[in-house]
Design a protein around this ligand. Structure first.
Ligand SMILES: [Fe+2]
Ligand SMILES: [Fe+2]
Length: 352
């Protein structure tokens, strides 16, 4: 079938439409790939960086008539996210009370996550939001699962691996269901014994999923090794990068990103850029460099077009990410372009 496409003024582009060509900014950098499902935030950000028109696909009759097809709407995303969160909670609670893992229930959550587009901005927006401390593990499990799914898609893995990866992300901390709630939610520093018990969640998780024939062995192995590090300094076995499977490497990147954004979100609004910088410069020897690069390269493009407040009191729009200095992008203020990686004065204070 020949795909129909149409050059549409940005004012007429609606959420749910898909790009029919790569979208470049005025500097010739890629803003969006071909085939990306657009949502209202993306469209707004394209307007912010001065894009006047883009090619959109017109495959679906409803797009031709009403332009109202919105499978990535924030409202729909929120409902699904809440449902998946509740189901995750039930899976954890049922294992805590001694039952076996309900693989059918995990499959339903995996179904709901894998059908989301890797360009769905609601995913990143939700992950960087403040979340309930009491239910941290459930939010974290869903978030890591969604991140694993998008990283898998960015790595162009096939459907089989993306499903496995999404399941592995969802269940990576399932062993925490065997840790006492007092220890799990203990505020402040843990004693050495407590810390050692906490570290055993990888093995507990492995034993929980190993009981089930429906969980592939490479998923079980990824759960066991999700705290191993490339340089062999992780646990429980001190394996090195060449002994870890791709699922495990991807979970580690997703796990660290979600944990860092969760910790920072209570403190400041500069979260995503600071976290990218910490991951870029602080993860040598810890994270797989290829997975990390693919993750950072793709995720940072989500922020092109974002509005920011500068320390000078001015508002600006992020127009270009500096690959070597991710927390210091180029910002447009009025008709000036400020490279915050070069300027000694101008810094981004927060997202607005
Ligand atoms: Fe963990
Ligand atoms: Fe985790």
């Amino acid at each position: 079938m020949v795909r129909k496409k149409m050059l549409l003024p940005i004012e007429l582009v609606n959420p749910g439409m898909k790009t029919a060509d790569v979208v470049f900014n005025k500097e010739g950098n890629i803003l969006l790939w071909d085939g990306v499902a657009l949502d209202s935030l993306t469209i707004q950000r394209l307007k912010n960086v001065g894009i006047d028109e883009i090619y959109v696909q017109l495959d679906k009759p409803q797009e031709m008539s009403g332009f109202n097809y919105d499978e990535d709407s924030p409202e729909r995303f929120r409902v699904e996210y809440k449902n998946d969160l509740n189901s995750t909670k039930q899976i954890f609670q049922s294992i805590s009370s001694g039952r076996r893992i309900d693989v059918e229930a995990t499959d339903k959550i995996v179904d709901s996550i894998v059908k989301k587009s890797e360009s769905n901005r609601n995913i990143i927006d939700t992950i960087t939001e403040v979340r309930s401390v009491d239910e941290y593990t459930y939010y974290h499990s869903i978030n890591v699962s969604m991140l694993c799914m998008i990283i898998g898609k960015w790595l162009r893995l096939d459907e089989y691996h993306i499903r496995n990866l999404t399941q592995a992300g969802l269940l990576h901390d399932i062993g925490k269901s065997k840790i006492s709630p007092e220890l799990l939610n203990k505020p402040g520093k843990l004693t050495e014994d407590e810390f050692n018990e906490m570290k055993r969640h990888s093995e507990y998780g492995y034993n929980i999923v190993r009981e089930s024939e429906d969980v592939p062995p490479e998923v079980a192995k990824a759960i066991l090794t999700h705290h191993e590090k490339e340089d062999g300094s992780g646990y429980p076995m001190g394996l090195t990068g060449n002994q870890l499977n791709l699922y495990s490497k991807i979970i580690t990147v997703a796990d660290i990103f979600d944990a860092m954004t969760a910790n920072r979100s209570y403190k400041s609004k500069d979260t995503p850029f600071k976290v990218f910088e910490l991951m870029q410069h602080g993860s040598f020897g810890v994270l797989d460099p290829i997975v990390l690069n693919v993750f950072l390269d793709n995720i940072t493009t989500y922020y092109i077009g974002a509005k920011v407040l500068l320390n000078t009191g001015e508002n600006g729009v992020v127009i270009f990410m500096n690959k070597s200095n991710l927390s210091r992008p180029v910002v447009q203020v009025g008709d000036r372009y400020i490279d915050t990686s070069v300027s000694k004065i101008v810094r981004i204070k927060e997202f607005i």
